[in-house]
Design a protein around this ligand. Structure first.
Ligand code: BGC
Length: 399
């Protein structure tokens, strides 16, 4: 890998593409705990409804991503559809997701498949969710049943998306709003242990399907920054909310970094975003430096485990800001590669404007989706990132 004035060439086999998740894009995920939550009396969450209708329109999504020049697509498969009742597996749902895997491969997109991205089958949630004594076993049984989907042609599998957000919040809704509260609640240690156990059981189940599959999980990196003198407070704050999940990945094939913004830590804990800071549509600070810092922190904690950026992006109506954000983030990624970090890919989130866990307002997409006609229109940022994918060279301002 030699940098020159044109930038930094991708390392061999570098993944470059975009991410989505099932509940956020598919629509009609009626058998999930999230659908139930959205339709509960007095629920603050806007219903996901038809989302981007990607359950039916995934070929269009993949056509666009491939045409734009991307080589990789991360999507999740929905446990609630595959196992609609405990122990009952839907052959039709498995065949659906297999068609997606094959559809990706036919278009030259390498699929990265996430097995669990925030939503649970209702039956699993109702019997105690991850805290049920046999939760890991049930999860592993579902994972084993996905063999027809992931058994061939899938190189990367993510077991659980952002276990640290699940452990702290149970669901992601509280992480954003006009002025979201800073920081995350302290996770329940039993839930942390249960998620780690479920991850380990899932890794074994995937390896039993094919030892070739590279398995990991993805952690929400909050990029905790101590104000001068608050370093010990920041370390103690970060450990149960992030580092335990990174440490649990030390024996994995890869670790997923998901970075959006930073959280500053003062002497009494997390600080609100400063009044004068630019905010995105989630109320988070516009802070593209988050990715580079998350990569370095992750590498410090996990050691030699290869890193894949499984999510990075911003919610904005101003697509120029998305390009500026991604340019800065990729620049930092190139610098981290130059410094020797083992980074194997960058997947921007989101491929599409999607359901943002309670609202359609925050638009993270590279591709706009009309909520009525479902028409997809790539934004300039999609074309910009697609050109980088085609050239296989990261922009690098340091040059
Ligand atoms: C999740 C996505 C989510 C995004 C922005 C991550 O928490 O994996 O599903 O939409 O960040 O909130």
């Amino acid at each position: 890998m030699f940098a020159n004035a044109a930038g930094m060439p991708f390392p061999d086999e570098f993944l470059f593409g975009a991410s989505t998740s099932a509940h956020q894009t598919e629509g009609g995920n009626t058998n999930s705990d999230w659908w139930q939550l959205e339709h509960r009396d007095g629920s603050p969450a806007e219903p996901s409804g038809d989302a981007a209708d990607s359950y039916h329109r995934w070929p269009v999504d993949m056509d666009l991503l491939a045409e734009l020049g991307f080589t990789d697509y991360r999507f999740s498969i929905e446990w609630a559809r595959i196992e609609p009742a405990a122990g009952h597996f839907s052959r039709a749902a498995l065949a659906h997701y297999r068609r997606m895997v094959e559809g990706a491969l036919e278009r030259g997109l390498r699929p990265m498949v996430t097995l669990h991205h925030f939503t649970l089958p209702r039956w699993f949630a109702e019997r105690g969710g991850w805290l049920a004594p046999d939760a890991a076993e049930r999860f592993a049984r579902y994972v084993a049943a996905t063999a027809p989907v992931i058994g061939e042609g899938v190189r990367h599998v993510c077991t659980i998306n952002e276990p640290n957000i699940l452990a702290a919040l149970g669901s992601p809704t509280a992480t954003w709003g006009e002025h979201p509260p800073p920081g995350l609640p302290l996770p329940d240690p039993d839930l942390v242990a249960a998620l780690i156990e479920a991850h380990r059981a899932a890794v074994l189940a995937v390896k039993a399907i094919s030892p070739e599959i590279q398995v990991g999980w993805s952690v929400a990196n909050q990029v905790y920054q101590a104000v001068p003198g608050a370093e010990t407070v920041a370390d103690a704050y970060r450990r149960p909310r992030e580092d335990v999940f990174l440490e649990a990945a030390r024996a994995d094939d890869w670790i997923g970094v998901q970075a959006y913004t930073r959280t500053r830590i003062g002497h009494d804990g997390p600080l609100p975003v400063p009044e004068e800071a630019e905010r995105t549509l989630t109320g988070w600070e516009f802070y593209p430096g988050a990715l580079g810092e998350a990569l370095r922190h992750t590498a410090d904690v996990v050691g030699d485990v290869p890193i894949i950026v499984t999510e990075n992006g911003i919610a904005t109506r101003d697509d120029d800001r998305r390009v500026s954000y991604a340019r800065h983030a990729l620049d930092d990624l190139a610098q981290a590669l130059a410094d020797g970090l083992d980074i194997r890919g960058y997947l921007h989130r989101s491929a599409l404007d999607t359901y943002e866990w309670g609202s359609y307002r925050p638009t993270f997409g590279l591709i706009a989706v009309d909520p009525t006609t479902f028409l997809r229109v790539p934004k300039p940022s999609a074309r910009w990132l697609g050109r980088i994918a085609r050239r296989g060279v990261l922009p690098w301002a340091a040059l």
